[in-house]
Design a protein around this ligand. Structure first.
Ligand code: 3PY
Ligand code: MG
Length: 263
């Protein structure tokens, strides 16, 4: 299997750019790959996808050369196991607020001696048995990225302990839920939200972690890259469709208001 490009770029300190996949249908994932994103977060938390959609979405990502990351609905061993068995190259785990919760991610996602992930050698991740057990375990314990979401003020309070948990690859900041946990839902620029975001970036960087964040647009992404964030999840495919369609409709406004001019 080719190396995990996102892991390699992050290790080299290079920024990587992805987006959330909320639209159904594998072609949406292919379009994001064709457009040039480094990774796609197949969003089982806020997206509409059921478990049955996941194999097709992962295959589409592989075909399009975009690294598929799965955001599971919650920090649950079975959900982590199923995503990895199907071939996810990374996991986003929402609402990680304590060291015990971070340790549970590693335990569910890695095989012995790093964890206790349920073992099945014939899955898609193991190339249906084409890999030897040794090759597969080595790959499974080294390749998929484990990305924990810090998106509650509790997670920031417990950040030092979370950063001390071995096996986490990326600290990802969720500004939307963070704002809600502070009682200012949706106010991403609120000084208290900004303060927690900045504290998280500073501490995670000091501890040597790549830091990720959700960005609203390219200007926002540039601001975070300047702040040392290297894993940027920018918007969602449904926003791109909406924004593109809206911009087109706005351009058509003069023609729509003067249909006679068309005759
Ligand atoms: C949040 O901001 O809460 C998110 O989950 C976005 O990624
Ligand atoms: Mg969130």
């Amino acid at each position: 299997m080719e190396k995990n490009r996102v892991r390699q770029l992050l290790a080299a300190g290079q920024p990587v750019f992805g987006t959330f996949n909320w639209l159904t249908g594998p072609e949406c994932v292919e379009i994001l790959g064709a457009a040039g994103f480094d990774f796609v977060v197949i969003d089982m938390e806020h997206g509409p996808h059921g478990q049955d959609a996941l194999p097709g979405l992962l295959r589409a990502a592989d075909a399009a050369g975009i690294v598929p990351i799965v955001r599971v609905t919650k920090n649950e061993p079975t959900l982590i196991l199923r995503s990895l068995d199907l071939g996810a190259r990374g996991l986003h785990i929402p609402q990680v607020n304590t060291a015990a919760e971070a340790a549970a991610v590693v335990k569910a996602a890695r095989y012995w001696p790093l964890g206790e992930r349920g073992f099945a050698p014939g899955t898609r991740a193991a190339r249906f048995g084409a890999l030897s057990t040794e090759e597969y375990i080595a790959q499974a314990n080294a390749d998929p990225l484990l990305i924990v979401h810090i998106e509650n003020k509790l997670g920031v309070e417990n950040l030092d302990e979370i950063l001390a948990v071995p096996g986490i690859d990326v600290i990802f900041i969720g500004p939307a839920d963070l704002s809600q946990s502070l009682g200012v839902p949706g106010e991403l620029g609120h000084p208290r939200v900004v303060e927690l975001v900045e504290t998280t970036i500073a501490k995670a960087k000091r501890a040597g972690f790549p830091v990720g964040i959700f960005a609203l647009n390219a200007d926002d992404a540039a601001r975070w890259v300047r702040a040392g964030v290297t894993y940027i999840a920018l918007g969602a495919d449904s926003f791109f469709l909406f924004n593109g369609a809206k911009a087109l409709i706005e351009k058509l406004a003069p023609i729509r208001s003067q249909p006679a001019a068309l005759k």
